[in-house]
Each structure stands twice: as C-alpha cells, then as structure tokens.
Ligand binder design. Structure first.
Ligand code: SF4
Length: 236
C-alpha cells in the first residue's frame, strides 16, 4: 500500500467547515432509505448500486433487492440469474456478480456478516477504499473517510490541495483531507453532509457560490493562501 499522508487544517478553517456543513445538513440533508439503517449489508447494497447511478434511480431497485435478498446468506444462496434480474436494469451489469461474490466470500470467511476493519473489508472481492469507508462509517459508526466524486470536488475547491507529484499524490492528499475534516464521533453524519453538499450546492457545473456558507473559507474565493499542511504518516 502506498504511503499515506496526514492533513493538518488550520483550526479556525476546520471549525467553520465542520459547523457550517453540519448546520446545512440539518436543514437540507436528503432522507434516503439507506440512511435509516445501520445494517452493514444494506449499506453495502446501496453503495454498490449507487456507483455510476443517480440516487433517484437507485431507490426502487434497492428496496426490491432487499425485499428479495434480505441477508448476505439469502444473496449467497440465490441463483445469479435472479440477482441479475434485479440489478441489470440499473445498468453497469457487473453489479449483480459483484454483490453475489461478496456475499459468498462473507459467508465463507465470516459466517454471513461483514467485517468491521478496513483491512478485512478491502480483502473482500470488489470492495475498494470508498465502499469500505462507507460501510465503516454508515454501518459501524466509525470516523472513516469517504471520497466519492461529490466529496472529492468539494474538498478540491475548498482546500485546493497541491497537485505536485501527480494524480496518485493528489489522491493521497484528498483522502487525508477527507479524514481530517471529520469531527470526532460524527463521521457517519458528517460524511453524509459532505456527499449531499457536493451533490446539491458545490455541484460540478453550477456551484451555488453566491449563497454558499463555505464561501468565506473556500480557496476558490479566498486570497489568504493554503490553510492545510500535509505530512507523511510513518508506516505502522
Ligand atoms: S463557495 Fe462555491 S466552490 Fe466554494 S464550496 Fe461553496 S459552492 Fe463550492
């Protein structure tokens, strides 16, 4: 695994970022079915379905899937054709196979549960750092970072991490930022706030900068220079 870095954000900037996002989320956050559960399996299903697919499109498929396959054991035992009959119409047809493979492996290794540690989650087939972070954060309530496209765009705009060293180095800084912005003990809510803010305010094409509560600290608008230091994390 490539060496990770730690991001140290100027305290006043960090506090404003956290408080403004949490206040915005309390008023504007989306009510989604997978946010009403802490079942790791249901979170897994939602995250795999949300890849490359709009939230609105996923909701009925998610509900149908869990009604038909309510547990990892039910999914592992089901014929692949039945799984794909629900997931294929969503597009990106590898989804059904992927979910079934994860379920079968989780049955073999963990008796039908999902593990909690990042290391064990990453060792399951088809689970990357983002999905592992989502399961740890939304199901197990750990302060694990997540970095989907909405979060990534928001962090790039607000903190303007340096691009020196190429794409891999930038990605490491972004993961470090995603970790550093989480208020201790509030990762599951804060990560949802990051995702929703990126999807609804700091959007790809038309960010609503004029009314954005983060504008006073956003690097897009500020001339005060970098507010973050990056330091290598020594190997464990
Ligand atoms: S000011 Fe604009 S670019 Fe900065 S976080 Fe807000 S919406 Fe995004």
């Amino acid at each position: 695994m490539a060496q990770r870095v730690r991001a140290v954000i100027e305290p006043a900037v960090l506090t404003t970022f956290q408080q403004e996002l949490l206040a915005w989320y309390a008023a504007e956050g989306r009510d989604l079915p997978w946010r009403r559960t802490s079942d790791p399996y249901a979170i897994l299903v939602s995250e795999i379905m949300l890849q490359q697919t709009q939230v609105r499109t996923v909701v009925p498929y998610y509900e149908r899937f869990l009604a038909r396959f309510p547990t990892l054991a039910a999914l592992a035992a089901a014929p692949l054709a039945e799984v794909k009959a629900i997931t294929d119409p969503l597009g990106y047809k590898a989804r059904g196979e992927r979910l079934k493979r994860i379920a079968e492996t989780a049955m073999e290794r963990y008796g039908g549960t999902l593990p909690r540690s990042e290391e064990e989650l990453l060792a399951l087939p088809g689970i990357g750092r983002y999905t592992a972070g989502a399961i740890r954060s939304f199901a197990f309530r750990e302060d694990a970072p997540i970095l989907d496209t909405n979060v990534l765009r928001l962090l790039v705009r607000v903190f303007a991490p340096p691009r020196a060293g190429g794409g891999a180095a930038l990605l490491r800084r972004l993961w470090a930022l995603a970790e550093a912005v989480i208020p201790p003990g509030q990762g599951h809510v804060f990560n949802q706030a990051l995702m929703d803010f990126g999807a609804q305010v700091c959007t790809a094409r038309k960010p609503i900068c004029l009314f954005c509560p983060l504008r006073p600290i956003c690097a897009r608008w500020s001339s005060t220079g970098p507010t973050v230091r990056y330091a290598p994390v020594p190997p464990a």
